[in-house]
Design a protein around this ligand. Structure first.
Ligand code: COA
Length: 151
C-alpha cells in the first residue's frame, strides 16, 4: 500500500473528524477541524493511502513553542510507526522554523501515547488532576510533557 504524507487543509476536515471519532470519546467536529487547519500557526501532516486519511497530527506553533493539539491513527493502522513518523517530521519542520520547545498533554491512562511520547524524548513537567472525563467512569489526570528541540 502506497503512503503519502502531506499537510492537511480545510478540505480534509471531514476525513479528520471521522478519524478523530474513531480515536476519541470527545472527538472534534468537522467545523472545528476546518477552523484549526485555517488558523495561523497550525502545522499539520497527514498520512494518506488509497482509502483516504489513516493518520494525522496537528501542532499549534506560537513562535518559540509549539503545542501538539492532537494526533490520531486509524485503529487498523496502529503500532506501525505512523504517529512516530508524523510527529518526528513535524518536530524537524518546527525546529527549522526556530521553535525550541514542544509541549503536549496526555491522559495518564493512555499507555500507547505515553510510550510513544517518552520514546520520542518528551519528559513530564507536571500533572492536572481529574482533567480527562469523556468516555471514562472516573476522571483521570493529564500529564503535561515537553521536549526541547535542537536548533
Ligand atoms: C497514540 C496513537 C496516536 C499512536 O499512533 P500509532 O500510529 O499507533 O503510533 P506508533 O506506531 O508510531 O507508536 C506507538 C507506540 O506505542 C506502542 N504501544 C502500542 N500499544 C501500546 C500499549 N498498550 N502500551 C504501551 N505501548 C504501546 C507501540 O508498540 C509503539 O511503540 P514502538 O514504536 O516503541 O514499538 C494511537 O494509538 C491513537 O490514535 N490513539 C487514540 C488517540 C490518542 O490517544 N491520541 C493521543 C492523545 S495524547
Amino acid at each position: 500500500m502506497t503512503l503519502h504524507l502531506c499537510a492537511l487543509t480545510p478540505d480534509d476536515a471531514a476525513a479528520a473528524a471521522a478519524l478523530h471519532a474513531l480515536a476519541f470519546a470527545d472527538a472534534w467536529s468537522e467545523a472545528a477541524f476546518a477552523a484549526q487547519f485555517n488558523a495561523a500557526g497550525a502545522v499539520t501532516l497527514g498520512v494518506f493511502e488509497e482509502g483516504g486519511l489513516v493518520a494525522f497530527a496537528l501542532f499549534q506553533n506560537t513562535g518559540l513553542e509549539a503545542d501538539l493539539l492532537t494526533v490520531a491513527t486509524h485503529p487498523d493502522r496502529r503500532s506501525q510507526g505512523l504517529a512516530r513518523r508524523l510527529i518526528t517530521r513535524l518536530m524537524d519542520d518546527l525546529a527549522r522554523e526556530a521553535v525550541t520547545r514542544v509541549t503536549l498533554d496526555v491522559a495518564e491512562d493512555n499507555a500507547p501515547a505515553l510510550h510513544l511520547y517518552a520514546s520520542l524524548g518528551f519528559t513530564e513537567d507536571g500533572r492536572r488532576p481529574c482533567y480527562y472525563t469523556a468516555g471514562r467512569p472516573v476522571p483521570v489526570a493529564a500529564i503535561l510533557m515537553s521536549k526541547t528541540l535542537a536548533a
